[in-house]
Design a binder for this molecule. Structure first.
Ligand code: E4P
Length: 232
């Protein structure tokens, strides 16, 4: 399963890509609004940090033809290569736009997916990824994990190449569960990604190892005397 960062914050993206095996960044207008920078500034900054990994940039036009123009504009303006995905919400116009954008040679992530049928139709229209919103489903007493599982199963049953990019996560358990039903990729906030990668017992274990090994690793440690823990 691939991990993507659902953020446009440069410090967060830099940190995640420096330390972890990240495969891309997803944005939407709400995420971008937190950074208070126009696309012309923020996208080149993101591109620099992700070095050719996937960049999913959401369109805001309503009509299919306008969505196509918008996706093309970004592709030309930012000189996007293969890593660019036009992120298109699955409105009525959106489904048509998916087909048009694909015919124009660009990749598509169908977003704002809440049902298995929306995902299946987006995939039939040519989407490369579909993004079901797990936590938003859970919040309306639906079942985000089940929807993801149904989509994964339907794509397999019908031989569709489209992948599932689970989105809208608020906790570790949601990501664990979608990974166990075959979700191909997840995109999550900095906080949730850190939470899935870290564990306090790991930190405690490492501190114990450092203390116990303090006087034993002479070959390496003789040149590294500034570690507080060694003398604790
Ligand atoms: C991702 O592609 C979606 O835009 C995003 O995950 C939505 O997440 P939210 O429900 O936390 O806003």
């Amino acid at each position: 399963m691939d991990y993507l960062a659902d953020t446009a914050n440069i410090d967060e993206i830099r940190d995640l890509f420096h330390y972890f095996p990240m495969e891309g960044v997803t944005t939407n207008p709400t995420i971008l609004s937190h950074e208070n920078k126009p696309l012309s500034k923020i996208i080149p900054e993101i591109q620099k940090c992700i070095e050719g990994k996937m960049l999913h940039l959401q369109t805001i036009s309503e009509k299919a033809e306008d969505i196509l123009k918008e996706a093309k504009r970004y592709s030309d303006y930012f000189q996007f290569k293969e890593n660019y995905y036009a992120k298109i919400p699955v409105t009525k116009e959106g489904y048509r736009a998916i087909r048009l954008v694909k015919e124009a040679g660009m990749k598509v992530t169908a977003t704002a997916i809440f049902t298995q049928q929306q995902a299946l139709i987006a995939a039939k229209a040519g989407a490369d990824f579909v993004a079901p919103y797990v936590n938003r489903l859970d919040n309306i007493s639906s079942h985000g994990i089940d929807v993801v599982a149904d989509i994964v199963k339907a794509f397999r049953l019908h031989g569709l190449q489209c992948k599932v990019l689970g989105a809208s996560f608020k906790n570790v358990d949601q990501i664990y569960r979608v990974s166990m039903v075959g979700c191909h990729a997840v995109t999550a906030s900095y906080e949730v990604l850190k939470a899935i990668m870290m564990h306090p017992m790991t930190d405690k274990g490492v501190m114990d190892f450092e203390r116990d090994g303090a006087n034993l690793y002479d070959i390496y440690l003789q040149n590294h005397t500034n570690r507080d823990l060694l003398n604790s």
